[in-house]
Write a protein that binds this ligand. Structure first.
Ligand SMILES: C[S@@+](CC[C@H](N)C(=O)[O-])C[C@H]1O[C@@H](n2cnc3c(N)ncnc32)[C@H](O)[C@@H]1O
Length: 363
Protein backbone atom coordinates (compact mmCIF):
# COMPACT_ATOMS: atom_id res chain seq x y z
CA UNK A 1 0.00 0.00 0.00
CA UNK A 2 1.20 3.53 -0.81
CA UNK A 3 2.34 5.70 2.06
CA UNK A 4 3.27 9.39 2.00
CA UNK A 5 6.87 9.91 1.05
CA UNK A 6 7.20 6.88 -1.19
CA UNK A 7 8.22 7.21 -4.80
CA UNK A 8 4.80 8.20 -6.05
CA UNK A 9 4.50 11.43 -4.12
CA UNK A 10 7.79 13.01 -4.94
CA UNK A 11 9.67 14.13 -7.99
CA UNK A 12 11.69 10.96 -7.51
CA UNK A 13 8.79 9.04 -9.01
CA UNK A 14 9.75 10.44 -12.38
CA UNK A 15 12.70 8.09 -12.39
CA UNK A 16 10.76 5.17 -10.97
CA UNK A 17 10.74 2.00 -13.09
CA UNK A 18 6.92 1.96 -13.17
CA UNK A 19 6.83 5.34 -14.87
CA UNK A 20 9.48 4.25 -17.33
CA UNK A 21 7.46 1.16 -18.14
CA UNK A 22 4.20 3.06 -18.50
CA UNK A 23 5.68 5.65 -20.80
CA UNK A 24 7.73 3.08 -22.71
CA UNK A 25 10.98 4.84 -21.93
CA UNK A 26 14.42 3.33 -21.77
CA UNK A 27 16.39 3.92 -18.57
CA UNK A 28 18.94 6.09 -20.41
CA UNK A 29 16.36 8.42 -21.90
CA UNK A 30 14.18 8.79 -18.85
CA UNK A 31 15.95 11.41 -16.72
CA UNK A 32 15.75 14.14 -19.32
CA UNK A 33 12.21 13.59 -20.49
CA UNK A 34 10.19 15.45 -17.92
CA UNK A 35 12.59 18.31 -17.43
CA UNK A 36 13.22 18.98 -21.09
CA UNK A 37 11.22 21.35 -23.28
CA UNK A 38 9.66 19.46 -26.14
CA UNK A 39 11.23 19.85 -29.53
CA UNK A 40 8.87 19.15 -32.38
CA UNK A 41 10.37 17.89 -35.53
CA UNK A 42 8.11 18.17 -38.56
CA UNK A 43 9.39 14.83 -39.86
CA UNK A 44 9.13 13.02 -36.61
CA UNK A 45 6.03 12.56 -34.47
CA UNK A 46 7.00 12.57 -30.82
CA UNK A 47 5.03 9.38 -30.36
CA UNK A 48 6.71 7.42 -33.09
CA UNK A 49 9.03 4.82 -31.67
CA UNK A 50 11.08 4.97 -34.87
CA UNK A 51 12.47 8.29 -33.67
CA UNK A 52 14.44 6.44 -31.05
CA UNK A 53 17.46 8.72 -31.30
CA UNK A 54 15.44 11.51 -29.64
CA UNK A 55 13.88 11.42 -26.19
CA UNK A 56 10.27 10.23 -26.39
CA UNK A 57 8.21 13.33 -25.72
CA UNK A 58 5.29 13.16 -23.35
CA UNK A 59 1.78 14.03 -24.52
CA UNK A 60 -1.38 14.77 -22.54
CA UNK A 61 -2.66 11.27 -23.29
CA UNK A 62 0.55 9.68 -22.00
CA UNK A 63 0.35 11.65 -18.78
CA UNK A 64 -3.36 10.95 -18.23
CA UNK A 65 -2.70 7.22 -18.68
CA UNK A 66 0.30 7.35 -16.40
CA UNK A 67 -1.44 9.12 -13.53
CA UNK A 68 -4.52 6.96 -13.90
CA UNK A 69 -2.33 3.92 -13.28
CA UNK A 70 -0.56 5.56 -10.35
CA UNK A 71 -3.90 6.56 -8.81
CA UNK A 72 -5.27 3.04 -9.32
CA UNK A 73 -2.17 1.49 -7.81
CA UNK A 74 -2.64 3.71 -4.76
CA UNK A 75 -6.38 3.08 -4.35
CA UNK A 76 -7.45 6.60 -5.33
CA UNK A 77 -11.15 6.65 -6.31
CA UNK A 78 -12.12 7.84 -9.79
CA UNK A 79 -8.56 7.41 -11.00
CA UNK A 80 -9.26 8.11 -14.67
CA UNK A 81 -11.47 11.14 -14.00
CA UNK A 82 -8.99 12.60 -11.52
CA UNK A 83 -6.14 12.25 -13.98
CA UNK A 84 -8.16 13.73 -16.85
CA UNK A 85 -9.35 16.72 -14.81
CA UNK A 86 -5.84 17.56 -13.63
CA UNK A 87 -4.24 17.31 -17.07
CA UNK A 88 -7.01 19.24 -18.82
CA UNK A 89 -6.91 21.94 -16.13
CA UNK A 90 -3.19 22.45 -16.69
CA UNK A 91 -3.85 22.65 -20.44
CA UNK A 92 -6.54 25.29 -19.86
CA UNK A 93 -9.53 23.10 -20.67
CA UNK A 94 -12.52 22.06 -18.55
CA UNK A 95 -12.58 18.43 -19.66
CA UNK A 96 -10.24 16.00 -21.35
CA UNK A 97 -12.94 15.33 -23.97
CA UNK A 98 -12.92 18.99 -24.98
CA UNK A 99 -9.22 18.91 -25.90
CA UNK A 100 -8.68 18.77 -29.63
CA UNK A 101 -6.40 16.23 -31.29
CA UNK A 102 -3.62 18.80 -31.62
CA UNK A 103 -3.61 19.45 -27.85
CA UNK A 104 -3.67 15.73 -27.19
CA UNK A 105 -0.64 15.05 -29.37
CA UNK A 106 1.47 18.14 -28.65
CA UNK A 107 4.25 17.32 -26.20
CA UNK A 108 3.80 18.92 -22.80
CA UNK A 109 6.33 21.48 -21.63
CA UNK A 110 8.43 20.87 -18.55
CA UNK A 111 6.42 23.51 -16.69
CA UNK A 112 3.13 21.78 -17.56
CA UNK A 113 4.50 18.42 -16.50
CA UNK A 114 5.71 19.79 -13.21
CA UNK A 115 2.34 21.43 -12.51
CA UNK A 116 0.56 18.14 -13.26
CA UNK A 117 2.96 16.40 -10.92
CA UNK A 118 2.26 18.87 -8.09
CA UNK A 119 -1.51 18.63 -8.48
CA UNK A 120 -1.47 14.85 -8.81
CA UNK A 121 0.55 14.56 -5.61
CA UNK A 122 -2.26 16.41 -3.82
CA UNK A 123 -4.78 13.96 -5.25
CA UNK A 124 -2.57 11.13 -3.98
CA UNK A 125 -3.13 12.59 -0.52
CA UNK A 126 -6.87 12.07 -1.14
CA UNK A 127 -7.57 15.77 -1.65
CA UNK A 128 -10.83 16.12 -3.66
CA UNK A 129 -10.19 17.17 -7.26
CA UNK A 130 -12.22 20.35 -6.68
CA UNK A 131 -9.73 21.53 -4.04
CA UNK A 132 -6.77 20.29 -6.09
CA UNK A 133 -7.83 22.50 -9.01
CA UNK A 134 -9.02 25.32 -6.72
CA UNK A 135 -12.16 25.80 -8.78
CA UNK A 136 -15.27 23.92 -9.86
CA UNK A 137 -18.31 24.52 -12.02
CA UNK A 138 -21.80 24.79 -10.59
CA UNK A 139 -24.54 25.37 -13.14
CA UNK A 140 -23.01 27.92 -15.52
CA UNK A 141 -20.60 29.41 -13.01
CA UNK A 142 -16.97 28.65 -12.25
CA UNK A 143 -16.45 29.06 -8.52
CA UNK A 144 -13.28 29.17 -6.45
CA UNK A 145 -13.00 26.21 -4.09
CA UNK A 146 -10.92 26.12 -0.92
CA UNK A 147 -10.77 23.65 1.96
CA UNK A 148 -12.61 23.27 4.27
CA UNK A 149 -15.55 25.06 2.62
CA UNK A 150 -18.16 22.53 1.44
CA UNK A 151 -17.85 21.54 -2.24
CA UNK A 152 -21.20 22.01 -4.02
CA UNK A 153 -22.69 18.70 -5.17
CA UNK A 154 -24.33 18.31 -8.59
CA UNK A 155 -27.80 17.47 -7.20
CA UNK A 156 -27.95 20.90 -5.55
CA UNK A 157 -28.29 22.40 -9.04
CA UNK A 158 -31.87 21.04 -8.96
CA UNK A 159 -32.58 22.97 -5.78
CA UNK A 160 -31.65 26.18 -7.61
CA UNK A 161 -33.92 25.25 -10.52
CA UNK A 162 -36.89 24.75 -8.17
CA UNK A 163 -36.53 28.27 -6.76
CA UNK A 164 -36.17 29.73 -10.26
CA UNK A 165 -39.28 27.86 -11.45
CA UNK A 166 -41.32 29.08 -8.48
CA UNK A 167 -40.24 32.68 -9.00
CA UNK A 168 -41.00 32.44 -12.75
CA UNK A 169 -44.40 30.92 -11.94
CA UNK A 170 -45.19 33.76 -9.54
CA UNK A 171 -44.10 36.43 -12.04
CA UNK A 172 -46.04 34.74 -14.83
CA UNK A 173 -49.18 34.71 -12.69
CA UNK A 174 -48.75 38.37 -11.93
CA UNK A 175 -48.22 39.26 -15.59
CA UNK A 176 -51.47 37.45 -16.44
CA UNK A 177 -53.52 40.02 -14.52
CA UNK A 178 -55.77 42.30 -16.55
CA UNK A 179 -54.19 45.34 -14.90
CA UNK A 180 -50.59 44.27 -14.45
CA UNK A 181 -49.10 45.36 -11.15
CA UNK A 182 -45.34 45.93 -10.88
CA UNK A 183 -43.60 42.65 -10.04
CA UNK A 184 -41.70 43.12 -6.80
CA UNK A 185 -38.16 41.83 -7.01
CA UNK A 186 -37.71 38.66 -5.00
CA UNK A 187 -35.81 38.83 -1.75
CA UNK A 188 -34.13 35.50 -1.08
CA UNK A 189 -32.36 34.24 2.03
CA UNK A 190 -29.82 31.44 1.77
CA UNK A 191 -28.95 29.78 5.08
CA UNK A 192 -25.52 28.11 4.93
CA UNK A 193 -24.05 29.58 1.74
CA UNK A 194 -20.70 27.70 1.74
CA UNK A 195 -18.86 28.71 -1.45
CA UNK A 196 -21.87 30.78 -2.59
CA UNK A 197 -22.93 28.25 -5.24
CA UNK A 198 -26.70 28.46 -4.66
CA UNK A 199 -26.90 32.20 -3.95
CA UNK A 200 -24.73 33.23 -6.91
CA UNK A 201 -26.53 30.91 -9.34
CA UNK A 202 -29.85 32.37 -8.23
CA UNK A 203 -28.56 35.92 -8.74
CA UNK A 204 -27.54 34.98 -12.28
CA UNK A 205 -30.81 33.25 -13.13
CA UNK A 206 -33.03 35.86 -11.45
CA UNK A 207 -31.44 39.18 -12.48
CA UNK A 208 -33.91 41.29 -10.50
CA UNK A 209 -33.53 39.39 -7.23
CA UNK A 210 -31.51 40.26 -4.14
CA UNK A 211 -30.02 37.71 -1.78
CA UNK A 212 -28.95 37.59 1.83
CA UNK A 213 -26.40 34.78 2.14
CA UNK A 214 -25.54 33.62 5.64
CA UNK A 215 -22.98 31.19 6.99
CA UNK A 216 -21.64 30.54 10.46
CA UNK A 217 -18.13 29.85 9.13
CA UNK A 218 -15.84 32.75 8.30
CA UNK A 219 -14.04 30.65 5.66
CA UNK A 220 -17.38 30.16 3.86
CA UNK A 221 -18.38 33.82 4.10
CA UNK A 222 -14.96 34.86 2.73
CA UNK A 223 -15.20 32.43 -0.18
CA UNK A 224 -18.76 33.49 -1.05
CA UNK A 225 -17.60 37.12 -1.04
CA UNK A 226 -14.60 36.30 -3.26
CA UNK A 227 -16.79 34.36 -5.70
CA UNK A 228 -19.39 37.14 -5.76
CA UNK A 229 -16.71 39.70 -6.66
CA UNK A 230 -15.10 37.48 -9.29
CA UNK A 231 -18.51 37.05 -10.93
CA UNK A 232 -19.39 40.75 -10.48
CA UNK A 233 -22.52 39.88 -8.53
CA UNK A 234 -21.60 41.70 -5.33
CA UNK A 235 -24.15 44.50 -5.79
CA UNK A 236 -27.21 42.31 -5.18
CA UNK A 237 -25.91 40.11 -2.38
CA UNK A 238 -25.54 40.82 1.31
CA UNK A 239 -23.16 38.29 2.88
CA UNK A 240 -23.52 37.77 6.60
CA UNK A 241 -21.26 35.92 9.02
CA UNK A 242 -23.88 34.61 11.43
CA UNK A 243 -24.75 31.38 13.23
CA UNK A 244 -28.47 31.07 12.55
CA UNK A 245 -30.49 30.20 15.66
CA UNK A 246 -34.10 30.47 16.84
CA UNK A 247 -33.48 34.14 17.71
CA UNK A 248 -31.95 35.25 14.38
CA UNK A 249 -35.04 36.83 12.80
CA UNK A 250 -34.04 40.45 13.42
CA UNK A 251 -30.59 40.10 11.82
CA UNK A 252 -32.04 38.37 8.77
CA UNK A 253 -34.84 40.86 8.04
CA UNK A 254 -32.56 43.65 6.88
CA UNK A 255 -34.49 43.98 3.59
CA UNK A 256 -37.90 43.25 5.08
CA UNK A 257 -39.99 40.09 4.67
CA UNK A 258 -38.54 37.38 2.47
CA UNK A 259 -40.00 35.64 -0.59
CA UNK A 260 -37.88 32.47 -0.52
CA UNK A 261 -35.66 30.81 2.02
CA UNK A 262 -33.33 28.30 0.40
CA UNK A 263 -30.93 25.98 2.14
CA UNK A 264 -28.81 22.91 1.66
CA UNK A 265 -28.29 22.53 5.39
CA UNK A 266 -26.12 20.00 7.21
CA UNK A 267 -28.48 16.98 7.09
CA UNK A 268 -26.34 13.85 7.43
CA UNK A 269 -27.53 11.62 10.28
CA UNK A 270 -24.86 11.42 13.01
CA UNK A 271 -24.65 7.63 12.62
CA UNK A 272 -23.84 8.05 8.89
CA UNK A 273 -20.94 10.43 9.52
CA UNK A 274 -18.64 7.43 10.13
CA UNK A 275 -19.13 6.18 6.57
CA UNK A 276 -18.15 9.37 4.75
CA UNK A 277 -15.40 9.12 2.12
CA UNK A 278 -11.80 9.75 3.15
CA UNK A 279 -11.76 12.83 0.88
CA UNK A 280 -14.63 14.38 2.84
CA UNK A 281 -13.32 13.48 6.30
CA UNK A 282 -9.81 14.79 5.61
CA UNK A 283 -10.65 18.03 3.84
CA UNK A 284 -14.26 19.24 4.20
CA UNK A 285 -15.73 20.94 7.25
CA UNK A 286 -17.67 18.11 8.92
CA UNK A 287 -19.93 20.64 10.64
CA UNK A 288 -21.22 21.49 7.16
CA UNK A 289 -22.61 17.95 6.92
CA UNK A 290 -23.46 16.83 10.45
CA UNK A 291 -27.19 17.28 11.04
CA UNK A 292 -27.23 15.71 14.51
CA UNK A 293 -28.86 12.42 15.54
CA UNK A 294 -31.83 12.77 13.17
CA UNK A 295 -30.13 14.98 10.58
CA UNK A 296 -32.71 17.69 11.41
CA UNK A 297 -30.78 20.00 13.76
CA UNK A 298 -30.51 22.93 11.31
CA UNK A 299 -33.68 21.98 9.38
CA UNK A 300 -35.74 22.50 12.57
CA UNK A 301 -34.10 25.88 13.23
CA UNK A 302 -34.90 27.03 9.68
CA UNK A 303 -38.53 25.88 9.92
CA UNK A 304 -39.03 27.45 13.34
CA UNK A 305 -37.69 30.77 12.01
CA UNK A 306 -39.47 30.69 8.65
CA UNK A 307 -42.90 32.07 9.68
CA UNK A 308 -41.37 35.23 11.15
CA UNK A 309 -39.15 35.77 8.09
CA UNK A 310 -41.42 34.93 5.15
CA UNK A 311 -44.01 37.03 3.36
CA UNK A 312 -47.49 35.52 3.25
CA UNK A 313 -47.35 32.52 0.88
CA UNK A 314 -43.54 32.70 0.92
CA UNK A 315 -41.66 29.43 0.50
CA UNK A 316 -38.82 27.42 2.00
CA UNK A 317 -36.81 25.19 -0.35
CA UNK A 318 -34.66 22.57 1.35
CA UNK A 319 -32.29 19.85 0.19
CA UNK A 320 -32.65 16.87 2.55
CA UNK A 321 -31.92 13.18 3.03
CA UNK A 322 -34.54 10.84 1.45
CA UNK A 323 -35.70 9.88 4.99
CA UNK A 324 -36.49 13.49 5.82
CA UNK A 325 -39.69 14.25 3.86
CA UNK A 326 -41.78 12.01 6.18
CA UNK A 327 -39.94 13.22 9.25
CA UNK A 328 -40.46 16.87 8.32
CA UNK A 329 -44.14 16.25 7.58
CA UNK A 330 -44.62 14.69 11.04
CA UNK A 331 -42.65 17.49 12.68
CA UNK A 332 -44.76 20.19 10.97
CA UNK A 333 -47.96 18.41 12.02
CA UNK A 334 -46.68 18.45 15.59
CA UNK A 335 -46.04 22.22 15.27
CA UNK A 336 -49.30 23.59 13.74
CA UNK A 337 -48.59 27.04 15.18
CA UNK A 338 -45.88 27.49 12.52
CA UNK A 339 -48.55 27.39 9.79
CA UNK A 340 -46.20 25.74 7.33
CA UNK A 341 -47.21 22.96 4.96
CA UNK A 342 -45.31 20.78 2.49
CA UNK A 343 -46.40 21.86 -0.97
CA UNK A 344 -44.22 19.50 -2.99
CA UNK A 345 -41.56 16.84 -2.64
CA UNK A 346 -39.15 16.62 -5.57
CA UNK A 347 -36.82 13.80 -6.55
CA UNK A 348 -33.15 14.09 -7.53
CA UNK A 349 -31.70 12.65 -10.73
CA UNK A 350 -31.39 9.26 -8.99
CA UNK A 351 -35.13 9.23 -8.28
CA UNK A 352 -34.73 9.85 -4.53
CA UNK A 353 -36.97 12.30 -2.65
CA UNK A 354 -34.46 15.03 -1.86
CA UNK A 355 -36.06 18.46 -2.14
CA UNK A 356 -38.86 19.97 -0.08
CA UNK A 357 -40.99 22.92 -1.07
CA UNK A 358 -42.65 24.16 2.12
CA UNK A 359 -45.08 27.07 2.05
CA UNK A 360 -46.27 29.52 4.63
CA UNK A 361 -50.05 29.34 4.74
CA UNK A 362 -51.82 32.66 4.19
CA UNK A 363 -53.84 33.86 7.14
C1 LIG B 1 -24.03 21.38 3.23
S1 LIG B 1 -23.22 22.92 3.35
C2 LIG B 1 -23.97 23.77 1.97
C3 LIG B 1 -23.10 24.84 1.36
C4 LIG B 1 -23.65 25.43 0.07
N1 LIG B 1 -24.93 26.01 0.25
C5 LIG B 1 -23.74 24.35 -1.01
O1 LIG B 1 -24.81 23.82 -1.25
O2 LIG B 1 -22.72 24.07 -1.61
C6 LIG B 1 -23.99 23.66 4.76
C7 LIG B 1 -23.46 25.02 5.14
O3 LIG B 1 -24.26 25.51 6.22
C8 LIG B 1 -23.44 26.19 7.14
N2 LIG B 1 -24.16 26.18 8.43
C9 LIG B 1 -24.39 25.11 9.22
N3 LIG B 1 -25.10 25.50 10.31
C10 LIG B 1 -25.32 26.82 10.18
C11 LIG B 1 -25.97 27.80 10.99
N4 LIG B 1 -26.57 27.46 12.13
N5 LIG B 1 -26.00 29.07 10.56
C12 LIG B 1 -25.40 29.43 9.40
N6 LIG B 1 -24.76 28.55 8.60
C13 LIG B 1 -24.72 27.26 8.99
C14 LIG B 1 -22.12 25.41 7.11
O4 LIG B 1 -21.06 26.19 7.60
C15 LIG B 1 -22.02 25.07 5.63
O5 LIG B 1 -21.30 26.03 4.93
Amino acid sequence: MWKPGTVFTTMRCLTHPLLRRLLGLSPQRMPGVLSQSPVLSPKCSPLRQSCSTRPRLVTATDVVNYWQKVFEANGIPEARESSEYIVSFVLGAKTFQSLNSKSLCTPLTAVQQEKIQQLSNKRLERMPVQYVLGEWDFQDLTLKMRPPVFIPRPETEDLVSLVVEEESRKCGKNLGLYFPVPVPHAVILEIGCGSGAIALSLLCKLPQSRIIAVDKEKSAVDLTRENAHRLRLQERIHILHHDVSYSSAKQLLLWGPIDFIVSNPPYVFREDMASLDTEVVRYEDLDALDGGDDGMRVIKTILALAPSLLKDSGSVFLEVDPRHPNMVENWLQAHPNLQLGIRAIHKDFCGKARFLHIQKQSR
